[in-house]
Design a protein around this ligand. Structure first.
Ligand SMILES: O=c1ccn([C@@H]2O[C@H](COP(=O)(O)O)[C@@H](O)[C@H]2O)c(=O)[nH]1
Length: 229
């Protein structure tokens, strides 16, 4: 499996998620299970998708006290997911606790920290009391995440060139906010096309609505693959 594409299964039902998984294939993409689908369908759905041959990014963005996040990351590892994430803004001790619990696994999931959500603009950050630009805040949180034992970060591909230059080799950049040219950005604010994202240094492209809301999702995924080939 070499595809950098992770398809976000943002569906309200297991049936809809499985229907898309049946149309696509593990050779073309991995699948991301997020808050809506997991809250409805739980670990059993993750196991079904794994049974179909898919590697799963469990995108629950854990953000809590260190002990609680460590337990949640352990549960994700026991489920055998390929990637799991926490919020970098949970801080060093929280991220270190998450990394520590994975020490005992022979094949742990990739542990990734969310920096600044791709739906957030500079104005959104200012409203929260942050004076940094999204790029500056991503830079700061990525450095903290790297130092705290994370395998990589979630960021926008707009920030990827700077992180590529600053972070160690192998530090993984997972980038949502991907849109095929002409598609609506919707609630996203820091948006990049698939080809631009790879050119900027992304390792993995998280793609939801550009594929899942397309009239023909498989055709849209193949368009993404052609664009990044
Ligand atoms: O900063 C972030 C972190 C996670 N996401 C998730 O990625 C997908 C994007 O979906 P689109 O339909 O392609 O916008 C979605 O599941 C988010 O929860 C993100 O967008 N930004």
């Amino acid at each position: 499996m070499t595809s950098p594409v992770l398809i976000a299964l943002d569906y309200a039902s297991e049936a809809a998620a499985l229907a898309l998984a049946e149309q696509l294939s593990p050779e073309l993409c991995r699948l991301k299970v997020g808050k809506e689908l997991f809250t409805r369908s739980g670990p059993q759905l993750v196991e079904k998708l794994q049974g179909m041959g898919y590697e799963i990014f469990l995108d629950l963005k854990f953000h809590d006290i260190p002990n609680t996040v460590a337990g949640a990351v352990r549960a994700a590892a026991d489920l055998g997911v390929w990637m799991v994430n926490v919020h970098a803004s949970g801080g060093r001790r929280m991220m270190e606790a998450a990394a520590d619990v994975l020490q005992s696994y022979s094949q742990p999931p990739l542990l990734i920290a969310v920096t600044v959500l791709t739906s957030m603009s500079e104005a959104d950050l200012q409203e929260l009391g942050y004076s940094e630009s999204p790029a500056q805040r991503v830079q700061r949180l990525a450095a903290l995440a790297d130092d705290s034992g994370m395998d990589g970060v979630v960021c926008s591909a707009l920030e990827a060139p700077q992180l590529r230059a600053e972070r160690r080799e192998g530090f993984c950049l997972v980038t949502p906010g991907i849109r095929l040219a002409g598609d609506s950005a919707g609630d996203q604010r820091r948006v990049v096309t698939p080809a631009e994202a790879l050119a900027k240094g992304s390792d993995y492209l998280v793609i939801g609505r550009s594929v899942t809301a397309a009239a023909e999702p498989l055709k849209a995924l193949k368009q993404v693959q052609a664009e990044i080939a």
